[in-house]
Design a binder for this molecule. Structure first.
Ligand code: C5P
Length: 231
């Protein structure tokens, strides 16, 4: 099922809740990242869940498998709906993450992987990280590793959604940031795609922050994103 996820990149609980108070009818799927989580902790997660929203907790775990397994167990108990890890942590680490997330009744949040961060250029990846493959090849290999570990999908650009699905199967989820309305500001994003184009390219979830959070009418901006992406 396609959905629009709003990136709640706010520094504290007050601003986040003031933003959410604008939504009287819809309960958008929300992404909580490191800034808000480290600042406002489990309390904000619980409050947002109490209000009936789904949550993608974007903490990008990357550590030894045992530590990630135990950390995921804690996040799973928070009742979030989607979490993520760095695929660079290896297939073993991703398997451990999935084990830790799985609750006694067999349910668990969706688990997705970050392949290469979009802030990492091919040149940096090769010169600093000594990865001698091309960046596209690396992204596909990391996505395949995530699929092998039993993960549900990856975060990627909508422009990569097609090749990821070709490599990992059509049910392998693509969660895609870098989405902007036609004619809107691109902010610091480099390669942007409209919600409608992301839909055509096969994204399962688009992640949109500032085009909604900084809009004059965030509710209308969210509705527009849903109209264009979900239909
Ligand atoms: O405001 P904007 O729509 O650019 O927000 C996009 C969100 O997606 C931010 O929370 C950003 O950190 C996140 N993100 C991204 N590109 C990635 C991975 C995550 O923009 N490759």
């Amino acid at each position: 099922m396609k959905d629009v996820i709003i990136a709640c990149d706010f520094p504290n609980a007050e601003e986040t809740l003031a933003f959410l108070d604008k939504f009287k009818e819809e309960k958008p799927f929300l992404k909580i990242g490191m800034e808000l989580y480290y600042g406002a902790g489990n309390e904000i997660v619980k409050e947002i869940k109490r209000r009936g929203h789904k949550i993608f907790l974007d903490l990008k775990l990357h550590d030894i498998p045992n530590t990630v397994r135990k950390a995921m167990k804690v996040l799973s108990a928070l009742d979030v709906d989607m979490v993520n890890v760095h695929a660079a942590g290896t297939v073993d680490m991703m398997r451990a993450a999935k084990e830790g997330l799985t609750r006694a009744d067999g349910t668990r949040p969706l688990l997705i992987a970050v392949t290469q961060l979009t802030s990492t250029s091919e040149e940096t990846m090769q010169k600093e990280l000594l990865i001698n493959a091309g960046i596209g090849e690396t992204i596909i290999k990391y996505a395949r590793n995530a699929a092998e570990a039993g993960l549900d999908g990856v975060v990627c650009s909508p422009l990569e959604a097609g090749i990821v699905k070709e490599a990992c199967g059509k049910d392998f989820l693509t969660v895609t940031p870098g989405v902007r309305f036609a004619g809107g500001s691109v902010d610091d994003q480099k390669r942007v795609t409209t919600p409608g184009r992301a839909r055509e390219l096969g994204s399962d979830y688009i992640v949109m922050g500032r085009p909604i959070t900084a809009a004059e009418d965030p509710v209308e901006a969210f509705r527009r994103a849903v109209r264009e992406f979900v239909g």
